[in-house]
Design a protein around this ligand. Structure first.
Ligand code: SME
Length: 170
């Protein structure tokens, strides 16, 4: 069970390098989600924890695969588009190609789906449980070029933590 009295990354301003921030966040996220069997509750707490831990993000959340569409899951940020066909937008591309997609400037990504007009860059990580596509983790920023390779690796680690707690045994 997570101890809310502990100093988690989401309860203090980020300090140190990105690698340390993501390593601490992955550990805290693991503790926060441990022992809870509701996938909805764990995805909701994961979205909140990530949103409040990373600087310069304006949207963090999940889309989950239902047949051939991604459907909006728990998130933090402005209301978003609910259904994204596989292969469409940044989310649908990451899901269809089963790889993380870093978009430096969303205006240069053909087919980008604008939910919050303030969003300027984006990172989408597929949620893969042993080759089984569950959905995606999507992060938006109002800053151009907010996400780099270190963010991609860090968020892939966070996605692995979330998968363990929303699809145990998969
Ligand atoms: N921009 C995404 C849509 C989801 S929102 O950013 C929350 C896309 O192009 O798939």
């Amino acid at each position: 069970m997570h101890d809310p009295a502990r100093t988690a990354p989401w309860s203090s301003p980020p300090c140190g390098d990105k690698r340390t921030l993501y390593a601490d966040l992955a550990n805290e996220l693991d503790a926060l989600l441990a022992g809870e069997t509701s996938a909805t509750a764990n995805a909701a707490n994961a979205a909140a924890a990530i949103y409040h831990s990373l600087p310069d993000v304006n949207w963090v959340g999940f889309y989950f695969l239902e047949r051939d569409q991604l459907v909006l899951g728990p998130f933090q940020g402005l209301p978003a588009c609910v259904r994204i066909p596989l292969g469409k937008g940044v989310c649908g591309t990451a899901a269809a190609e089963r790889r993380s997609v870093v978009v430096t400037d969303v205006n240069s990504f053909p087919g980008h789906i604008a939910c919050d007009p303030a969003s300027r860059s984006e990172l989408v990580v597929p949620l893969l449980a042993h080759d089984h596509l569950l959905g995606v983790l999507d992060l938006d920023s109002a800053k151009v070029a907010r996400f780099d390779d270190e963010d991609r690796r860090g968020c892939e680690t966070l996605a692995e933590v979330v998968i363990r707690h929303i699809a145990p045994g998969r």
